[in-house]
Design a binder for this molecule. Structure first.
Ligand code: SF4
Length: 203
């Protein structure tokens, strides 16, 4: 598939895509951003994480998931032996919404071509949606993350797996059975198992 003039050269396609995001003014979020946040990580990974949008730290640095929530995501991954540099991490919108509000549908729509192009280049086996916004956007559902998390959804020939957003876990510190942290522990283990099966050629 040709993506943004990259032709058959994925390196060129990535470069062109990054350049397009950096200079994008397709929605109003461009006016208040400091930096665009393209996403980063292993571009050949079978595993891609999609969050909602950049926060303050990400906006400063231009890197996805570097704030407190990002650090927690790194620990969650590390707890099951997944290095965050081994996966690709991005967001539905590439510019920070003011006051960290939820991106508007028109903003997600405007930014969607970039997410679609990333997914076309990455060709992951599993897409993990972190929180309500990405799962509702990709699955086109009104169901919330609490009922969707931990379930495997066949999606475009691959698997989509919703989990709580780490910022939600920061606001809900309990580790009691059934708490968001406890459920996330179950989810990350299920994810690790599925990933191992895929890597062993079992799916
Ligand atoms: Fe462009 Fe996406 Fe940023 Fe809107 S959020 S200005 S569509 S890169």
């Amino acid at each position: 598939m040709n993506v943004f003039n990259g032709g058959s050269d994925p390196g060129l396609a990535w470069e062109e895509l990054e350049r397009r995001v950096e200079t994008c003014a397709a929605c109003e979020l461009h006016a208040c951003r400091k930096k665009t946040v393209f996403g980063q990580g292993n571009r050949t990974s079978p595993l891609v994480f999609i969050g909602e949008g950049p926060g303050a730290e990400e906006d400063e640095q231009g890197i996805a998931f570097v704030g407190r929530a990002g650090k927690l995501l790194s620990s969650i991954l590390q707890s099951v032996g997944i290095d965050r540099d081994d996966v690709f991490i991005t967001n539905v919108v590439k510019c920070r919404p003011p006051e960290n509000r939820t991106p508007l549908a028109k903003e997600m729509m405007a930014c969607n071509e970039f997410l679609e192009a990333q997914l076309a280049l990455l060709r992951p086996r599993i897409v993990v949606c972190l929180g309500n916004t990405p799962v509702k956007w990709l699955l086109k559902t009104s169901e919330g993350i609490s009922s969707l998390r931990g379930r495997w959804f066949p999606w475009r020939g691959i698997l989509l797996f919703p989990m709580f957003h780490p910022s939600y876990l920061l606001r809900n510190d309990s580790r009691k059975k059934g708490s968001p942290k406890d459920l996330t522990w179950q989810d990350i283990n299920a994810l690790k198992d599925r990933l191992s099966t895929i890597r062993q050629g079992g799916e």
